[in-house]
Design a protein around this ligand. Sequence first.
Ligand SMILES: Cc1ncc(COP(=O)(O)O)c(C=O)c1O
Length: 383
Amino acid sequence: MKEVEDKLISLVKSYYERIDHTIGYPICQYPNIEGFGEWYDKSGICDIVLDNVGNPFAEEQLLLGSTLIEREVILKFASIYGIPEDKAWGFVTSSGTDGNMHGIYFGAKKLLYETGMQPIVYVSEEAHYSFRRICDVQNLEIRLINRDKQGGMDLELLKKSIDPSRPALIAVAVGSTFMGAIDDQAGIQKVLDEVKPVAVYKHLDGALFGGYLPFTKYKDLVSMEIQGYDSIAISGHKFFGIDEPSGFLLSRKDVLEAQKSIKVEYLNDDMPLISCSRSGLSVLKFYWIIKHVGFDKFTEEANEMLENADYLQQKLDEINYPAWHMPFSNTVFFKRPTKEIQLKYALANGFIPEYGGELSHVVVMQHVKKNIIDDFIEDIKTM
Ligand SMILES: Cc1ncc(COP(=O)(O)O)c(C=O)c1O
Protein backbone atom coordinates (compact mmCIF):
# COMPACT_ATOMS: atom_id res chain seq x y z
CA MET A 1 0.00 0.00 0.00
CA LYS A 2 2.82 2.37 0.87
CA GLU A 3 4.16 1.96 -2.63
CA VAL A 4 0.79 2.96 -4.13
CA GLU A 5 0.50 5.98 -1.85
CA ASP A 6 4.00 7.17 -2.65
CA LYS A 7 3.28 6.87 -6.34
CA LEU A 8 0.11 8.93 -6.04
CA ILE A 9 1.79 11.54 -3.83
CA SER A 10 4.58 11.99 -6.34
CA LEU A 11 1.95 12.41 -9.07
CA VAL A 12 0.26 15.18 -7.07
CA LYS A 13 3.62 16.80 -6.30
CA SER A 14 4.68 16.86 -9.93
CA TYR A 15 1.33 18.36 -10.86
CA TYR A 16 1.69 21.19 -8.34
CA GLU A 17 5.21 21.89 -9.56
CA ARG A 18 3.97 22.77 -13.04
CA ILE A 19 0.40 23.95 -12.42
CA ASP A 20 1.08 27.71 -12.60
CA HIS A 21 2.96 27.34 -15.83
CA THR A 22 0.42 25.14 -17.56
CA ILE A 23 -1.00 27.90 -19.74
CA GLY A 24 -1.56 26.40 -23.18
CA TYR A 25 -4.90 24.71 -22.52
CA PRO A 26 -8.31 26.06 -21.50
CA ILE A 27 -8.45 24.55 -18.03
CA CYS A 28 -9.12 26.57 -14.90
CA GLN A 29 -6.17 25.28 -12.83
CA TYR A 30 -7.58 26.50 -9.52
CA PRO A 31 -11.04 24.99 -9.42
CA ASN A 32 -13.86 27.15 -8.16
CA ILE A 33 -15.39 24.61 -5.82
CA GLU A 34 -13.65 25.47 -2.58
CA GLY A 35 -15.38 23.79 0.38
CA PHE A 36 -17.05 21.14 -1.76
CA GLY A 37 -14.52 18.44 -0.83
CA GLU A 38 -15.09 18.99 2.88
CA TRP A 39 -18.87 18.91 2.43
CA TYR A 40 -18.54 15.79 0.27
CA ASP A 41 -16.73 13.95 3.09
CA LYS A 42 -18.83 15.21 5.97
CA SER A 43 -22.31 14.97 4.48
CA GLY A 44 -22.05 11.24 3.74
CA ILE A 45 -22.69 11.83 0.04
CA CYS A 46 -19.26 10.27 -0.58
CA ASP A 47 -20.78 6.85 0.22
CA ILE A 48 -23.62 7.20 -2.28
CA VAL A 49 -23.63 6.61 -6.03
CA LEU A 50 -25.41 9.49 -7.73
CA ASP A 51 -26.55 8.34 -11.16
CA ASN A 52 -28.60 10.86 -13.13
CA VAL A 53 -30.28 8.51 -15.55
CA GLY A 54 -32.39 10.06 -18.26
CA ASN A 55 -33.96 13.42 -18.94
CA PRO A 56 -33.91 15.63 -15.82
CA PHE A 57 -37.07 17.38 -17.03
CA ALA A 58 -39.15 14.20 -17.41
CA GLU A 59 -42.26 14.30 -15.24
CA GLU A 60 -41.41 11.13 -13.35
CA GLN A 61 -37.88 10.79 -12.02
CA LEU A 62 -36.14 7.62 -10.93
CA LEU A 63 -34.42 9.50 -8.09
CA LEU A 64 -31.21 7.50 -8.40
CA GLY A 65 -29.24 10.73 -8.53
CA SER A 66 -29.59 14.48 -8.35
CA THR A 67 -31.86 15.23 -11.33
CA LEU A 68 -34.15 17.53 -9.34
CA ILE A 69 -31.16 19.73 -8.55
CA GLU A 70 -30.02 19.36 -12.15
CA ARG A 71 -33.24 21.06 -13.29
CA GLU A 72 -32.49 23.99 -11.02
CA VAL A 73 -28.93 24.20 -12.39
CA ILE A 74 -30.16 24.16 -16.00
CA LEU A 75 -32.84 26.78 -15.39
CA LYS A 76 -30.37 29.04 -13.64
CA PHE A 77 -27.95 28.81 -16.56
CA ALA A 78 -30.82 29.18 -19.06
CA SER A 79 -31.61 32.55 -17.51
CA ILE A 80 -28.12 33.87 -18.26
CA TYR A 81 -28.14 32.56 -21.85
CA GLY A 82 -31.40 34.32 -22.70
CA ILE A 83 -33.66 31.25 -22.69
CA PRO A 84 -37.08 31.82 -21.08
CA GLU A 85 -37.75 29.47 -18.18
CA ASP A 86 -40.95 28.04 -19.69
CA LYS A 87 -39.12 27.09 -22.92
CA ALA A 88 -35.79 25.96 -21.49
CA TRP A 89 -34.55 22.40 -21.57
CA GLY A 90 -31.12 20.85 -21.15
CA PHE A 91 -28.94 18.66 -18.98
CA VAL A 92 -25.49 18.33 -17.45
CA THR A 93 -23.06 16.58 -19.77
CA SER A 94 -19.73 14.85 -19.27
CA SER A 95 -17.82 17.44 -21.36
CA GLY A 96 -18.08 20.07 -24.08
CA THR A 97 -17.72 17.33 -26.69
CA ASP A 98 -20.59 15.39 -25.11
CA GLY A 99 -22.69 18.58 -25.37
CA ASN A 100 -21.73 19.00 -29.03
CA MET A 101 -22.47 15.33 -29.69
CA HIS A 102 -25.99 15.77 -28.30
CA GLY A 103 -26.52 19.17 -29.94
CA ILE A 104 -25.72 17.74 -33.38
CA TYR A 105 -27.82 14.65 -32.70
CA PHE A 106 -30.88 16.64 -31.56
CA GLY A 107 -30.44 19.06 -34.47
CA ALA A 108 -30.25 16.28 -37.05
CA LYS A 109 -33.31 14.52 -35.60
CA LYS A 110 -35.33 17.74 -35.39
CA LEU A 111 -34.56 18.54 -39.03
CA LEU A 112 -35.40 14.98 -40.07
CA TYR A 113 -38.70 15.21 -38.17
CA GLU A 114 -39.57 18.51 -39.88
CA THR A 115 -38.53 17.66 -43.45
CA GLY A 116 -38.12 13.90 -43.72
CA MET A 117 -34.56 14.55 -44.92
CA GLN A 118 -31.12 14.12 -43.41
CA PRO A 119 -29.37 17.48 -43.00
CA ILE A 120 -25.95 18.54 -44.16
CA VAL A 121 -23.69 19.77 -41.34
CA TYR A 122 -21.74 22.97 -42.10
CA VAL A 123 -18.81 23.76 -39.83
CA SER A 124 -15.66 25.85 -40.05
CA GLU A 125 -12.32 24.06 -40.49
CA GLU A 126 -11.20 26.16 -37.47
CA ALA A 127 -13.88 24.62 -35.20
CA HIS A 128 -13.11 21.80 -32.76
CA TYR A 129 -11.97 18.58 -34.40
CA SER A 130 -14.67 16.56 -32.65
CA PHE A 131 -17.35 17.77 -35.10
CA ARG A 132 -15.66 15.63 -37.74
CA ARG A 133 -15.76 12.63 -35.38
CA ILE A 134 -19.33 13.33 -34.35
CA CYS A 135 -20.53 13.45 -37.96
CA ASP A 136 -18.63 10.26 -38.61
CA VAL A 137 -20.31 8.46 -35.71
CA GLN A 138 -23.75 9.82 -36.63
CA ASN A 139 -23.22 9.15 -40.33
CA LEU A 140 -24.00 12.77 -41.23
CA GLU A 141 -22.72 14.52 -44.32
CA ILE A 142 -20.32 17.27 -43.29
CA ARG A 143 -19.07 20.24 -45.31
CA LEU A 144 -15.98 21.89 -43.88
CA ILE A 145 -15.88 25.61 -44.63
CA ASN A 146 -12.51 27.33 -44.81
CA ARG A 147 -11.79 30.08 -42.31
CA ASP A 148 -11.40 33.73 -43.24
CA LYS A 149 -8.40 35.86 -42.17
CA GLN A 150 -9.97 36.45 -38.73
CA GLY A 151 -10.43 32.69 -38.21
CA GLY A 152 -14.23 32.73 -38.55
CA MET A 153 -16.20 30.68 -41.05
CA ASP A 154 -15.74 32.25 -44.52
CA LEU A 155 -19.24 33.44 -45.35
CA GLU A 156 -18.75 33.64 -49.11
CA LEU A 157 -17.68 29.99 -49.08
CA LEU A 158 -20.56 29.06 -46.80
CA LYS A 159 -22.98 30.67 -49.22
CA LYS A 160 -21.54 28.70 -52.14
CA SER A 161 -21.51 25.49 -50.16
CA ILE A 162 -25.09 25.41 -48.83
CA ASP A 163 -27.47 23.09 -50.65
CA PRO A 164 -30.89 24.79 -50.30
CA SER A 165 -32.76 21.57 -51.12
CA ARG A 166 -31.48 19.88 -47.95
CA PRO A 167 -31.88 20.98 -44.31
CA ALA A 168 -28.85 22.85 -42.94
CA LEU A 169 -27.35 22.08 -39.56
CA ILE A 170 -24.87 24.84 -38.76
CA ALA A 171 -22.28 24.20 -36.04
CA VAL A 172 -21.20 27.67 -34.97
CA ALA A 173 -17.82 28.14 -33.26
CA VAL A 174 -18.11 30.69 -30.49
CA GLY A 175 -14.48 30.50 -29.69
CA SER A 176 -12.45 28.27 -31.98
CA THR A 177 -9.88 26.01 -30.40
CA PHE A 178 -6.62 27.37 -31.74
CA MET A 179 -7.12 30.95 -32.95
CA GLY A 180 -9.86 31.79 -30.48
CA ALA A 181 -11.96 33.09 -33.35
CA ILE A 182 -15.70 33.35 -33.38
CA ASP A 183 -18.04 32.78 -36.30
CA ASP A 184 -20.09 35.80 -37.34
CA GLN A 185 -23.60 34.77 -36.31
CA ALA A 186 -25.38 37.74 -37.91
CA GLY A 187 -23.42 37.07 -41.12
CA ILE A 188 -24.37 33.38 -41.06
CA GLN A 189 -28.03 34.32 -40.59
CA LYS A 190 -27.82 36.71 -43.54
CA VAL A 191 -26.45 33.91 -45.74
CA LEU A 192 -29.24 31.59 -44.56
CA ASP A 193 -31.86 34.25 -45.31
CA GLU A 194 -30.48 34.59 -48.82
CA VAL A 195 -29.98 30.91 -49.64
CA LYS A 196 -33.10 29.72 -47.79
CA PRO A 197 -32.40 26.05 -47.07
CA VAL A 198 -35.58 24.02 -46.46
CA ALA A 199 -34.96 24.03 -42.71
CA VAL A 200 -32.20 25.21 -40.37
CA TYR A 201 -30.88 24.26 -36.94
CA LYS A 202 -28.03 26.17 -35.32
CA HIS A 203 -25.88 24.60 -32.63
CA LEU A 204 -23.29 26.75 -30.84
CA ASP A 205 -20.03 25.30 -29.60
CA GLY A 206 -19.32 27.54 -26.64
CA ALA A 207 -17.08 25.07 -24.79
CA LEU A 208 -14.72 27.78 -23.58
CA PHE A 209 -16.00 31.22 -24.66
CA GLY A 210 -19.59 30.26 -23.88
CA GLY A 211 -18.52 30.02 -20.23
CA TYR A 212 -17.14 33.52 -19.81
CA LEU A 213 -18.93 35.66 -22.42
CA PRO A 214 -22.22 35.91 -20.46
CA PHE A 215 -20.28 37.71 -17.74
CA THR A 216 -18.83 40.36 -20.04
CA LYS A 217 -20.19 43.21 -22.12
CA TYR A 218 -20.27 40.76 -25.04
CA LYS A 219 -22.99 38.64 -23.45
CA ASP A 220 -25.37 39.10 -26.42
CA LEU A 221 -23.11 36.82 -28.48
CA VAL A 222 -24.35 33.82 -26.53
CA SER A 223 -27.94 34.89 -25.92
CA MET A 224 -30.41 32.52 -27.55
CA GLU A 225 -33.00 35.27 -27.56
CA ILE A 226 -30.72 37.58 -29.56
CA GLN A 227 -28.81 35.11 -31.74
CA GLY A 228 -31.65 32.66 -32.37
CA TYR A 229 -29.63 29.47 -31.99
CA ASP A 230 -31.23 26.16 -30.99
CA SER A 231 -28.68 24.64 -28.61
CA ILE A 232 -25.38 25.48 -26.99
CA ALA A 233 -22.69 23.28 -25.41
CA ILE A 234 -20.41 24.53 -22.63
CA SER A 235 -17.63 22.83 -20.68
CA GLY A 236 -17.62 22.87 -16.87
CA HIS A 237 -13.89 22.38 -16.30
CA LYS A 238 -12.94 25.32 -18.47
CA PHE A 239 -14.22 28.72 -17.34
CA PHE A 240 -16.56 27.44 -14.60
CA GLY A 241 -13.74 25.74 -12.72
CA ILE A 242 -15.33 22.35 -12.04
CA ASP A 243 -12.51 20.02 -10.98
CA GLU A 244 -13.20 17.27 -13.55
CA PRO A 245 -14.37 17.09 -17.16
CA SER A 246 -18.02 18.12 -17.24
CA GLY A 247 -20.35 20.49 -19.05
CA PHE A 248 -23.93 21.33 -19.90
CA LEU A 249 -26.16 21.54 -22.94
CA LEU A 250 -28.89 24.16 -23.12
CA SER A 251 -31.74 23.92 -25.58
CA ARG A 252 -35.53 24.25 -25.73
CA LYS A 253 -38.54 22.02 -25.11
CA ASP A 254 -39.58 22.16 -28.79
CA VAL A 255 -36.21 20.59 -29.71
CA LEU A 256 -36.87 17.82 -27.20
CA GLU A 257 -40.41 17.33 -28.53
CA ALA A 258 -39.11 16.82 -32.08
CA GLN A 259 -36.98 13.84 -31.03
CA LYS A 260 -37.85 10.32 -31.98
CA SER A 261 -39.56 8.57 -29.09
CA ILE A 262 -37.69 5.62 -27.63
CA LYS A 263 -39.73 4.31 -24.74
CA VAL A 264 -37.64 2.28 -22.31
CA GLU A 265 -39.78 0.19 -20.00
CA TYR A 266 -37.18 -0.52 -17.32
CA LEU A 267 -36.41 3.19 -16.98
CA ASN A 268 -40.08 4.14 -17.03
CA ASP A 269 -39.48 6.91 -19.53
CA ASP A 270 -38.88 8.07 -23.03
CA MET A 271 -35.09 8.27 -23.35
CA PRO A 272 -34.08 11.20 -25.55
CA LEU A 273 -30.41 11.22 -24.53
CA ILE A 274 -27.70 9.06 -26.06
CA SER A 275 -26.11 8.54 -22.62
CA CYS A 276 -27.95 6.51 -20.00
CA SER A 277 -25.96 7.02 -16.77
CA ARG A 278 -24.63 10.52 -16.11
CA SER A 279 -22.72 11.95 -13.18
CA GLY A 280 -24.99 13.24 -10.42
CA LEU A 281 -21.90 14.45 -8.59
CA SER A 282 -20.90 16.98 -11.24
CA VAL A 283 -24.47 18.33 -11.03
CA LEU A 284 -23.88 19.01 -7.33
CA LYS A 285 -20.62 20.75 -8.20
CA PHE A 286 -22.42 23.05 -10.64
CA TYR A 287 -25.03 23.73 -7.95
CA TRP A 288 -22.23 24.47 -5.49
CA ILE A 289 -20.54 27.01 -7.74
CA ILE A 290 -23.82 28.74 -8.56
CA LYS A 291 -24.59 29.10 -4.85
CA HIS A 292 -21.08 29.66 -3.44
CA VAL A 293 -19.10 31.38 -6.16
CA GLY A 294 -21.94 33.36 -7.63
CA PHE A 295 -22.24 35.35 -10.81
CA ASP A 296 -20.50 38.46 -9.43
CA LYS A 297 -17.29 36.50 -8.98
CA PHE A 298 -17.60 35.04 -12.48
CA THR A 299 -17.98 38.57 -13.83
CA GLU A 300 -14.79 39.59 -12.05
CA GLU A 301 -12.90 36.52 -13.32
CA ALA A 302 -14.14 36.83 -16.92
CA ASN A 303 -13.13 40.46 -17.20
CA GLU A 304 -9.76 39.89 -15.57
CA MET A 305 -9.04 37.08 -18.05
CA LEU A 306 -9.74 39.35 -21.01
CA GLU A 307 -7.68 42.13 -19.46
CA ASN A 308 -4.77 39.74 -18.94
CA ALA A 309 -5.05 38.49 -22.52
CA ASP A 310 -4.68 42.13 -23.64
CA TYR A 311 -1.71 42.43 -21.29
CA LEU A 312 -0.02 39.38 -22.81
CA GLN A 313 -0.62 40.75 -26.31
CA GLN A 314 0.79 44.13 -25.29
CA LYS A 315 3.92 42.58 -23.73
CA LEU A 316 4.58 40.51 -26.86
CA ASP A 317 4.06 43.59 -29.03
CA GLU A 318 6.55 45.53 -26.91
CA ILE A 319 9.29 43.05 -27.77
CA ASN A 320 8.13 42.85 -31.39
CA TYR A 321 7.26 39.19 -31.08
CA PRO A 322 4.68 38.27 -33.76
CA ALA A 323 1.43 37.65 -31.85
CA TRP A 324 -2.32 38.02 -32.39
CA HIS A 325 -5.58 37.68 -30.57
CA MET A 326 -9.07 38.01 -31.91
CA PRO A 327 -11.92 40.14 -30.59
CA PHE A 328 -13.70 38.71 -27.49
CA SER A 329 -10.91 36.17 -27.06
CA ASN A 330 -8.75 35.07 -24.12
CA THR A 331 -6.49 33.10 -26.49
CA VAL A 332 -3.27 34.70 -27.75
CA PHE A 333 -1.36 32.95 -30.53
CA PHE A 334 2.17 33.73 -31.64
CA LYS A 335 5.20 32.53 -33.55
CA ARG A 336 6.16 29.15 -32.12
CA PRO A 337 8.93 29.59 -29.51
CA THR A 338 11.70 27.09 -28.63
CA LYS A 339 10.89 23.53 -27.64
CA GLU A 340 12.10 24.32 -24.12
CA ILE A 341 9.50 27.06 -23.73
CA GLN A 342 6.78 24.93 -25.28
CA LEU A 343 7.43 22.23 -22.69
CA LYS A 344 7.89 24.55 -19.71
CA TYR A 345 4.53 26.26 -20.35
CA ALA A 346 2.66 23.28 -21.85
CA LEU A 347 1.90 25.37 -24.91
CA ALA A 348 -0.48 24.09 -27.55
CA ASN A 349 0.68 24.30 -31.16
CA GLY A 350 -1.07 25.14 -34.40
CA PHE A 351 -0.15 25.65 -38.04
CA ILE A 352 -1.72 28.56 -39.92
CA PRO A 353 -0.02 29.60 -43.17
CA GLU A 354 -1.67 33.07 -43.19
CA TYR A 355 0.06 33.83 -39.87
CA GLY A 356 3.48 32.51 -40.80
CA GLY A 357 2.93 28.78 -40.30
CA GLU A 358 4.24 27.29 -37.05
CA LEU A 359 2.48 28.86 -34.06
CA SER A 360 1.70 28.23 -30.39
CA HIS A 361 -0.93 29.70 -28.13
CA VAL A 362 -1.62 30.64 -24.52
CA VAL A 363 -5.16 30.46 -23.19
CA VAL A 364 -5.43 33.12 -20.52
CA MET A 365 -7.53 31.37 -17.88
CA GLN A 366 -8.08 32.55 -14.30
CA HIS A 367 -4.67 31.32 -13.08
CA VAL A 368 -2.72 33.13 -15.83
CA LYS A 369 -2.00 36.28 -13.85
CA LYS A 370 0.29 39.14 -14.83
CA ASN A 371 3.26 37.72 -12.86
CA ILE A 372 3.09 34.47 -14.86
CA ILE A 373 2.83 36.45 -18.08
CA ASP A 374 5.91 38.48 -17.04
CA ASP A 375 7.87 35.23 -16.42
CA PHE A 376 6.76 33.94 -19.79
CA ILE A 377 7.89 37.12 -21.56
CA GLU A 378 11.30 36.97 -19.85
CA ASP A 379 11.70 33.40 -21.08
CA ILE A 380 10.65 34.36 -24.61
CA LYS A 381 13.35 37.03 -24.54
CA THR A 382 16.09 34.77 -23.29
CA MET A 383 15.41 31.11 -24.11
C1 LIG B 1 -13.83 25.15 -29.08
C2 LIG B 1 -13.84 23.85 -28.35
N1 LIG B 1 -14.90 23.05 -28.47
C3 LIG B 1 -14.95 21.87 -27.84
C4 LIG B 1 -13.93 21.45 -27.04
C5 LIG B 1 -14.03 20.15 -26.36
O1 LIG B 1 -14.44 20.36 -25.03
P1 LIG B 1 -14.20 19.22 -23.94
O2 LIG B 1 -12.73 19.14 -23.73
O3 LIG B 1 -14.95 19.76 -22.75
O4 LIG B 1 -14.78 17.98 -24.46
C6 LIG B 1 -12.81 22.24 -26.88
C7 LIG B 1 -11.69 21.82 -26.03
O5 LIG B 1 -10.75 22.49 -25.78
C8 LIG B 1 -12.76 23.49 -27.56
O6 LIG B 1 -11.70 24.30 -27.46
